[in-house]
Structures are given as C-alpha cells and as structure tokens.
Design a protein around this ligand. Structure first.
Ligand SMILES: [Zn+2]
Length: 436
C-alpha cells in the first residue's frame, strides 16, 4: 500500500517527488549600463539607465519585455532650466543674483503604464543681502568688476565664494503624463531621501534624519506624499537612539504597505564584538505601523541585509550578513522569538506568494526555507547563474516582488582571477522565478 501511494504521488506530482526547483532562472534583460533596477510598480515595471553614456532613465516592462527610454525627468517640467551647463563665470553671476538652479539627480518612483512619478533634487542659490564682509578683518568686501567675485580691499584678496554663496536644496515630486506630456509638481524644501513607495495607496514616503549634537537627540522625519492627488500628507517625527557615529538606514515597506521599517546598519561592524558603531544600544529597527504611524523599536542583528515581513502573522524575518543569523521578530510584541544559524553573506530575503517559503539569498547559495518550521528544503548554488562561479565577491543588489514570485539580480560574470563572480555593470539583469 505504501509503495502504491508513493507511486501515485510520483505520478501526480513528479516535480515534488524528484525534488523540485524552487528557483527557476528566467530571462535576461540587457542593454542597461548599470545594474540599477528599482521597483516602480508592484511586480511589473522597474527603472534603470541606458548604456549609451547619457544615462537616460529607462522603464522596463517585465511582462512584455519592452523598454521605454525617457528624457531626464526635469526636462519634462515647465521650469526645467538648468544653470549647470553654463560656464563658471555665468554660473557665478547667476549665483550672486540668486537665480542659479541646477538639477542634481532624479529618481523614478512609480509608473502605472502612463504616469511617471519621480523625485527630483534641485540646488538653488540664495541671493546676497548686501556685500559680504571679510572673515579675517571684518571689512566690507567689494565686487570685482571683471570676475564678479568679492574681494577684501584691506587684505587685498578674494573671499572664498563658499563663504558668501549659499545653495539650498529643494526636492520636487513630479508627475508626468507620458501621453499628454503634462506635468505637475510639488515642492518639498530641504534635503530628503526616498524611502519607499506604496503602489496600492499611491503614497511615497520620503525621510530625513535630524541630529542635535548638543542635546544628544536624533530624530527621523517622515513625510508622506499622495501622488494620486499630488498633495503632502502628514509629517511624522520619531526619536531614534543617539549615536556619535551612526551607520546608514535602509528602508523597506511590507507587501501591502502595512509596515514601514528603518533598519540601522553599519558596514564596519565588528563581527567579534557584534556591535560596531551601533553599541549601547545595539542596532535597532524602527517599525512603523502605517495605518496610524505608530512606531516601536526592536533589536536587530548586525549588518541586516535581507529582510521581509509576513503580514499575515506580523513577523519580521531579518538576516545578518556578517553573523550568519536569521532572527524572527514578532512586531506586535516587539520581541525576537527565534534565532537560527544561516549561511554568512546573506544579502536579500523574500517570502513566497502565500508565505509558505522564505527565500534567503546568500553569496554561495539561494536557500529555500519552509516558513512554518524553518527547515531548509532547497539550496540553489550560485554556479547555476554563472558557470564556474562558487560565490559572489560582495553583497549583490537584488529586488524582489514576493506577491508575484519574482526576484531580480545583476547578470553574474566570473572573475578572471578565481571562482568568484559579481554582477557586471554592462550586462543588465537576470530575472529569477520563485516557485511556491
Ligand atoms: Zn580683510
């Protein structure tokens, strides 16, 4: 009877009986200069840059494998003037008059097939209030007729332009309709970073960090922008542990936008002490429940590369690249409920569609764990991505869409010097299909 049952199972589910492939290598997308894909929709579109030296933004449709090359985002806007292309003397004149503007960078954050939403960073000069004074002797500086720069008539020398010119940051959230070419913008003063985009609610979270040294206080300010109605929503300020030196923060949004998480990480962590810069307290993640913007901080392992949230159980899985550990954290209680050893060098993590499996990507293997008991069910060697490659040289960049079972990694090339590989900057990316 047992034998018959086994034969039946084999007949009905040959892939399971033979040990199935949980990760299937999908198509390659080439012609992109840098491996810089960024998710701009939930599972369908990603953005990158062209390989022609102009580094124009490209939207890649993963469904149809088509690409749309765009102009630089500011060129779609009404006020697209960029002083950065002028000569030094012309730029200086504009700076002195407070009319200098330069577009530094832009990032596409959402695309719905018609509308691009992007965050653009602009530098603007502030005009002078009268003549500046010499820092050394206090005399009023005079404007040099030929060069336009200020000089001190007493010291007989130029003042450093940086001592009297002030450039401030502006951010713009812009929406461009690719068909009508109409654009709308919202200005956000100050220097912000892109956090995460909720494609369902059409909200982008941008953030900045504020440190008040004298008071040993550190805060994160988060601003929500509704890019459907193009308006700023509430801003939230949350205290973070004060650090003399802090690492960076990585941001994630859970699958349906329920949780927004900021992870403290420190590239220079000391694996022996397991603290690095992030001691007293050790590294924390700031967990924000986005429905009320209520938050709590939880302890996390060092170098948290690789994390995902199971929204159905409110559990966070977070891996440590250096310590080779997987921590499971209950977000309602704010407590770590389980720690297991995993391979070192983890750089990405994602749950399968129905939270049955947890995919853990490390520099040698991509491991599939059964989520209910954390048993490893499959190990995919990175040599399957590139012949002769046993491991990656560094933490690879990866993006994934758990709800559509896809992950994206750069096209891996073997090093000339040994069995190591890394994603090549000229070869675009590779799609991996994550089976459940
Ligand atoms: Zn002087």
């Amino acid at each position: 009877m047992k034998l018959l049952y086994g034969a039946l199972v084999f007949f009905l589910f040959p892939s399971q009986a033979l040990g199935r492939n949980y990760i299937e290598v999908g198509k390659k997308v080439g012609g992109i200069k840098r491996f810089d894909p960024y998710a701009i929709s939930s599972g369908r579109y990603v953005s990158s840059q062209t390989s022609d030296g102009l580094y124009l933004p490209v939207i890649i449709d993963l469904k149809t494998n088509t690409r749309t090359v765009l102009k630089k985002l500011h060129e779609y806007l009404k006020n697209s003037k960029d002083s950065g292309t002028l000569s030094y003397a012309e730029q200086l004149k504009l700076k002195l008059d407070g009319k200098w503007k330069k577009w530094y960078s832009s990032k596409i954050i959402s695309f719905d097939g018609l509308n691009i939403v992007g965050l653009l960073h602009q530098g603007v000069s502030q005009g002078l209030n009268g003549n500046p004074s010499c820092k050394k002797c206090g005399a009023t500086a005079l404007k040099h007729k030929r060069t336009g720069k200020y000089y001190c008539p007493v010291c007989n020398r130029y003042l450093l332009p940086s001592s009297y010119l002030k450039i401030v940051d502006n951010y713009y959230l812009a929406r461009v309709n690719l068909k009508s070419k109409k654009s709308e913008t919202i200005k956000v003063e100050g220097s912000w970073q892109t956090g995460a985009t909720d494609f369902r609610k059409k909200i982008v979270y941008i953030w900045k960090e504020k440190k008040i040294k004298s008071k040993r206080k550190r805060k994160i300010k988060i601003l929500q922008i509704d890019f459907e109605n193009m308006k700023k929503l509430s801003a939230t300020e949350i205290d973070m542990p004060y650090r003399d030196k802090n690492g960076h923060l990585t941001v994630m949004l859970s699958r349906t936008g329920k949780y927004l998480v900021f992870f403290e990480y420190d590239e220079y962590s000391d694996t022996k002490k397991k603290t690095g810069y992030l001691s007293s307290p050790t590294g924390r993640a700031l967990i924000i429940n986005t429905s009320e913007m209520k938050s709590r901080k939880v302890e996390i392992p060092v170098t948290p590369y690789g994390f995902d949230i199971d929204e159905s159980t409110n559990l966070l899985a977070v891996g440590s690249n250096q310590a080779g550990e997987l921590w499971i954290i209950n977000l309602i209680k704010g407590k770590t409920i389980k720690k297991i050893k995993i391979a070192r060098g983890v750089f990405h993590m994602v749950f399968s569609r129905n939270y049955k499996y947890l995919y853990v990507f490390n520099k040698r293997t991509f491991d599939t764990y059964l989520w209910k008991n954390l048993k490893k069910t499959n190990s995919f060697k990175v040599s399957k991505l590139c012949n002769g490659v046993e491991k990656f040289l560094a933490s690879e960049k990866m993006i994934s869409f758990g709800d559509s079972g896809k992950a994206i990694i750069g096209v891996i090339k073997k090093s000339k010097y040994g069995p190591w590989g890394s994603s090549s900057f000229d070869d675009g990316f590779q799609i991996l299909n994550l089976k459940e």
